[in-house]
Structure formats: structure tokens, C-alpha cells
Design a protein around this ligand. Structure first.
Ligand code: Z5A
Length: 212
């Protein structure tokens, strides 16, 4: 008899406008098709406390949220999320589909806000140790393409108000991370139409299903 496949932790990443929400739905439908028991969650957020932190992170108030405060808040929420939601699910053999995770901090705070990557990694090591997703899918598209897709959004949050150079640094950082860990990352060309993006995602999920 073949050994049952262990539940996997999959994160989805990318700059705004690449279609994360749209494609989270599709990834969830694939897990259902493969008859996997799974949870779907997100960062910042995923627990009551982490969702309250998300509210602080996204709000646009007069008081400036300093870059180090932003990183510390993200990791405070992440510690709650990992220990109360993600690890228990995996221990229960449930797959975890997460909209953003630690790579978002390396890309947004490291790349976008230009905070030292070494310090973020040091904090990451203290908070998470070597815990990370089994697979991280980056939806990648040129910044101009992605930002055009969200032009009609009203009530922009703190991140969506940033300029094109901010998102260019984030995209470059995501691609650099993927180059460093080719076994964990999969890059999807999200500039293509939705049907073509779904085909790429289906092929990645098919490959993941072949692993132990
Ligand atoms: N953040 C951070 O700084 N550090 C961290 O560590 C973490 C997060 C974890 C909230 O995240 C913010 O937190 C985020 C980074 C920061 N910045 N912001 N803003 P979020 O993930 O909740 O926010 P988001 O990036 O805006 O998520 P989103 O709404 O899921 O993004 P999206 O990619 O724009 O998704 P979408 O709504 O599915 O797609 C946008 C539009 O494009 C929509 O009209 C679609 O119909 C359309 N679309 C999608 N795909 C296609 C294709 N292929 N062709 C044509 N049109 C398409």
C-alpha cells in the first residue's frame, strides 16, 4: 500500500494587482478536487489578535507607523497565527493554503521599505526557527500591469498608496528570494489571462501532489 501524503503548507505571494484573491479561490478548488482536507488563511491575520494587528497595519492614521514597528507587528501576528492555526492544522494532517507569509515581510519590508534583510531574518529565526512553507507560489507580473488592474480601487490602504518604485523593489526582492530557494518557490506568469494563469497553477499543484 502506498504511504499517505503528508499535508503541505503552501503560501501565495505577489505584489498588489497580480490576482492573489482571485487565484486563492482557484487553488482552494484544486485542493477540493484532489480531495484534500485543508484550511485557508491569510497574513497579516488568521487569528483574532492577528486580525486586530492587520487592522493597525493597514489603517491610514496621522501617527506614522515606523518601519521597525511594522515588522514587529507583523511578526507578533505571525507567531499567533503559526502557533494557533497553521501548526495545529498541519499536525491534524490538514493542508494549509495561506495568502502571504514570511516572504511578504522580506519583500515588502526588506525590499519595499529597504529595512535590513539580515535583521528581519534574525527576527524570523527567533520567532519561527526553520518553520516555513513547503511551497511558495509567486504570482509575478510587471508592476505596470499589476497596478493597472487595481486602478479602480477606492479607499486605498497604507501599502496601496505607495509609488511604482516601491512595488518594483518588492517584485525584485520576490524574484531574488525565488532564485535562492528554487526547491520551495514556483513562479507563475500572472501577466497572462486568467485561464493561462489557472493552467500554470494546475500544473504546479499536479507536481506537488506527486511528492510525499
Ligand atoms: N504585507 C506586508 O507589508 N508585509 C507582510 O509580511 C505581509 C503583508 C504578510 C495586505 O495584504 C498588505 O499587507 C499588502 C502587503 C502587506 N499590501 N497591500 N495592499 P493583502 O494580501 O491582503 O493585500 P493585497 O495584496 O491588496 O491582496 P489582494 O487584494 O488579494 O491582491 P490582488 O492581487 O490585487 O488580487 P485580486 O483582487 O484577485 O486582483 C486584482 C484585480 O485584477 C481584480 O479585479 C481581478 O479580477 C483582476 N485580475 C486578476 N488576475 C487577472 C488576470 N490574470 N488578468 C486580468 N485581470 C486579472
Amino acid at each position: 500500500m502506498s504511504k499517505a501524503q503528508a499535508a503541505k503548507f503552501i503560501s501565495l505571494e505577489g505584489i498588489e494587482g497580480v490576482g492573489k484573491s482571485t487565484n486563492m479561490d482557484y487553488l482552494a478548488s484544486l485542493l477540493t478536487k484532489y480531495k484534500k482536507d485543508f484550511i485557508r488563511t491569510r497574513e497579516p491575520g488568521g487569528t483574532h489578535i492577528a486580525e486586530a494587528i492587520r487592522h493597525i497595519l493597514l489603517q491610514t492614521k496621522d501617527e506614522v507607523l515606523l518601519p521597525k514597528t511594522e515588522i514587529l507587528l507583523l511578526y507578533a501576528g505571525r507567531y499567533q497565527h503559526v502557533n494557533h492555526v497553521i501548526k495545529p492544522a498541519l499536525e491534524n494532517n490538514q493542508w494549509v493554503l495561506c495568502d502571504r507569509f514570511l516572504d511578504a515581510t522580506l519583500a515588502y519590508q526588506g525590499g519595499g521599505r529597504q529595512q535590513p534583510l539580515a535583521s528581519i531574518l534574525q527576527l524570523n529565526d527567533w520567532v519561527l526557527g526553520d518553520f516555513k512553507p513547503n511551497y511558495t507560489i509567486i504570482l509575478d507580473a510587471p508592476v505596470e500591469v499589476a497596478l493597472t488592474r487595481i486602478q479602480k480601487r477606492k479607499n486605498l490602504d497604507r501599502f496601496e498608496k505607495e509609488d511604482i518604485s516601491f512595488f518594483t523593489r518588492i517584485r525584485n526582492q520576490y524574484l531574488a528570494l525565488a532564485e535562492r530557494e528554487p526547491d520551495r518557490f514556483r513562479i507563475v506568469d500572472a501577466s497572462q489571462n486568467l485561464h493561462a494563469v489557472h493552467e500554470q497553477l494546475a500544473s504546479i499543484m499536479h507536481e506537488i501532489m506527486q511528492t510525499e
